[in-house]
Design a protein around this ligand. Structure first.
Ligand SMILES: [Zn+2]
Ligand SMILES: [Zn+2]
Length: 348
């Protein structure tokens, strides 16, 4: 089968990969219907993380082709959405709703690579959720968004205790930040402040419910948030970048007693300023999102057309042209790139 491989930083190829098959009775093999490139795929692309001929991709929707004997909740022919973390659904951590830290967890990006025609999904019952039927084609981008960016933005808003009447600030205007805005709107936030410098992203932020835009960063950005909140800061802050600067921004923008939901992937060397944190008197909660916890609800909202997260994809390319997609995201010509598999299917 065909699949995306990152040969080295900045070097993407699409080549032949081993055909997946059922190995464990809890496995499912799915045929991908759509997949996409994530902001986190840019870390190795830019050489921030080491990479050597790695199979890429962790966001996916597809149709189940085959299941192992122990799989109960999905069957061949089902359209499924899966989390970017494999989880068992049965351990104490899964039962507490933290499937991304399941005792049997595995990151799909590191172990499977779903920018491909097919994928073997271990622990299918704990990882995949079937949709109520075959989706209309226009719902596919939104269902794909649920696999990571929507689920991650939703978790960030949840972790930041977004709710009715609250003021929310969102640090980061990438796909996850935009999904955090969408989530905050759905959760009833009264005011949503998007921190963004890019006009197209500002427009989508407003469409998803942002009431204010702050272009300033650093000290000026924090001052602006304070100015908009009677000098207090936001009740809830979503941090969707993962750098030292963005974290400082998030902490500085939160009012005492407020909550930060952080989902930007922090890399080695990013540290918390304990002196600032000590006196800030705020709550911090975040990490890799337990997307699986939210999938049934998110699929339901998408199915009923209450939300349209699929708009976050602003470039669609066939899998074979994945290299162009990586370059477009790297150069910020695209916020998020959807990769289609139709062409390949027809060629079969
Ligand atoms: Zn992702
Ligand atoms: Zn588990």
């Amino acid at each position: 089968m065909r699949g995306v491989i990152m040969d080295a930083p900045g070097r993407i190829s699409v080549g032949d990969r081993e055909e997946p098959r059922i190995v464990e009775p809890t496995d499912a093999v799915i045929r991908l219907v759509a997949t996409c490139i994530c902001g986190s795929d840019l870390w190795p692309y830019r050489g921030v993380e080491p990479v050597d001929h790695a199979a890429m991709g962790h966001e996916y929707v597809g149709i189940v082709e085959e299941t192992g004997a122990a799989v109960k909740t999905v069957k061949p022919g089902d359209f499924v959405v899966g989390s970017f973390v494999i989880s068992c659904g049965e351990c104490p951590i899964c039962r507490d709703g933290y499937q991304s830290k399941c005792v049997n967890y595995a990151f799909v990006g590191a172990t499977i690579g779903t920018q491909a025609e097919r994928a073997r999904i271990p622990l299918a019952d704990g990882t995949l959720v079937a949709t109520p039927g075959m989706p209309d084609p226009d719902l596919i981008p939104s269902l794909l968004a649920a696999s990571d960016v929507l689920g991650t933005g939703w978790y960030a808003a949840d972790a930041a205790q977004v709710g009715a009447g609250k003021t929310v600030a969102v640090v980061g205007d990438g796909a996850v930040g935009l999904m955090g805005i969408l989530a905050a709107g759905q959760m009833g936030a009264e005011r949503i402040i998007a921190m963004s410098r890019y006009p197209e992203r500002q427009a989508l932020a407003r469409e998803y419910g942002a009431t204010d835009i702050v272009e300033e960063r650093g000290k000026e950005g924090i001052a602006k948030i304070k100015e908009l909140t009677d000098g207090l800061g936001a009740h809830s802050v979503i941090e969707a970048v993962g750098t030292q600067e963005s974290f400082a921004q998030a902490i500085g923008a939160t009012r005492p007693g407020g909550h930060v939901g952080f989902v930007g992937v922090a890399h080695k060397g990013v540290t918390l300023p304990m002196d600032k944190l000590f006196f800030a008197e705020i709550h911090l909660h975040g990490g890799p999102a337990p997307v699986r916890r939210y999938l049934p609800d998110l699929i339901d909202r998408i199915w009923k057309r209450q939300i349209d997260p699929g708009k976050v994809f602003d470039l669609t390319l066939p899998l074979e042209r994945a290299a162009e997609g990586y370059a477009a995201m790297d150069q910020r010509r695209a916020t998020k790139v959807l990769l289609t598999l139709d062409g390949e299917r027809r060629a079969d």
